[in-house]
Write a protein that binds this ligand. Structure first.
Ligand code: GZL
Length: 364
């Protein structure tokens, strides 16, 4: 706020003296300045957004939500930086945002740790930082103003409770479930939470967890990891994919190996469980290729904007802002699950049998 006012005064002085307007923030290689050219005018809010990358359908939907929200027409100058899933690129981008004296820094952190130094620099520059999607682990929570995202631990627990309820309904013994976990980017909040949810289920119900390996949230890596696991184990009957794109790759690998994904392990089929509920993911649920897909909503643009507008109005905002999410399955064998969220609150969560109508009506 202070910086914008100062830049307006400077611009006005420049205009008066030189009849020249003030330019917008310079964009760096890897960044794109998506807003108006005049980031110094009094009512344009300049946002520096460091995005993880473009690794998945979820991430694409998240980026589109942010770009659609922080548009020039809506009064924003968005400097968007794609870090290609590298923390060092995010740290460089944040430093560039600081140098450009943006009004807000939005960070979608690739992993939870390693942010203290650069967030201290933003804090010292008096630039509010909003964490989006995954969480950061910092020595002082004052280094970020607020966080908006999903409860990945609850997501994992929902998936594990669905698997237990489904197997129980089918009369399958827990020790007959031979599970591989294709994990997300190691150290990311989504991986940490979803992995923990599964591991708690293994401990609680006695499932056989054969292997865990990162698929880096990508389809290519998911396929590569599944191919390798199929060579190591001949009894896999549940594949727990920590996002839809890994599931797409795993399904390709399973089918290429002459095996079948489906809903009945007694028929020799392999159950695939996933997260994100993207359009393609839910289409696979409808086709019986994914048995259960736990929602992780990427549409954080409007939510982040509401936080910024509240801050602009001098209002207090919650430190943690969790979004509500659903569970979708191929049928109604399991009608609901009980699970505990990251705030240690137990809840009952309905399971929605997927239909084409539901898919057609969703925003991503
Ligand atoms: C979830 C998000 C994860 C998605 C993946 O909060 O961080 O990253 O589940 C994405 O699809 O790559």
């Amino acid at each position: 706020m202070k910086k914008r006012l100062l830049s307006v005064l400077l611009c006005s002085a420049m205009v008066a003296a030189m009849a020249v307007g003030c330019g917008g923030g310079s964009s760096d290689s890897g960044s794109s300045d998506e807003g108006g050219s005049d980031s110094g005018s009094s009512d344009v809010i300049t946002i520096g957004f460091s995005q993880v990358g473009a690794e998945s359908d979820w991430r694409t939907a998240n980026s589109e939500s942010m770009q659609d929200t922080f548009s020039e027409e809506n009064g924003y100058n968005l400097i968007f930086d794609d870090a290609q899933q590298k923390q060092e690129n995010q740290i460089t981008a944040i430093r560039n945002f600081i140098n450009q004296e943006v009004d807000y820094i939005l960070l979608a952190p690739v992993t939870e740790t390693g942010w203290d130094t650069v967030l201290q620099e933003a804090y010292d520059a008096d630039i509010p930082v909003i964490i989006v999607d995954r969480m950061v682990e910092v020595s002082n929570d004052d280094l970020y103003t607020t966080w908006i995202g999903t409860d990945s631990l609850l997501e994992g627990r929902k998936a594990a409770e669905w698997l237990n309820a489904y197997a129980t309904a089918k009369g399958w013994a827990p020790e007959d479930l031979h599970i591989v976990d294709i994990q997300g980017t190691i150290g990311s909040t989504a991986q940490i939470g979803r992995t923990q949810g599964l591991e708690e289920g293994v401990e609680k119900y006695g499932w056989d967890l054969l292997a865990q390996q990162t698929g880096e949230f990508t389809q290519a890596k998911g396929q590569e990891v599944m191919e390798s696991l199929l060579k190591q184990y001949d009894n896999i009957n549940v594949v727990y994919c920590e996002n839809d794109n890994e599931a797409f790759g795993a399904i390709d690998a399973i089918e290429a190996a002459g095996k079948t994904v489906g809903t009945d392990i007694e028929a020799g089929e392999i159950l695939v469980i996933s997260f994100d509920t993207t359009n393609a993911g839910l289409t696979d649920v409808l086709n019986g290729k994914i048995v259960c897909d736990v929602e992780c909503n990427p549409l954080h643009g409007p939510r982040a904007e509401a936080l910024i507008q509240a801050l602009e109005n001098g209002e207090e905002v919650e430190k943690l802002n969790y979004v509500d999410e659903e569970i979708f399955a191929f049928d109604n064998t399991v009608e609901s699950v009980t699970a505990v969220n990251s705030l240690d609150e137990e809840g009952e969560y309905a399971v929605t049998p997927i239909t084409q109508e539901i898919i057609d009506g969703r925003a991503y």
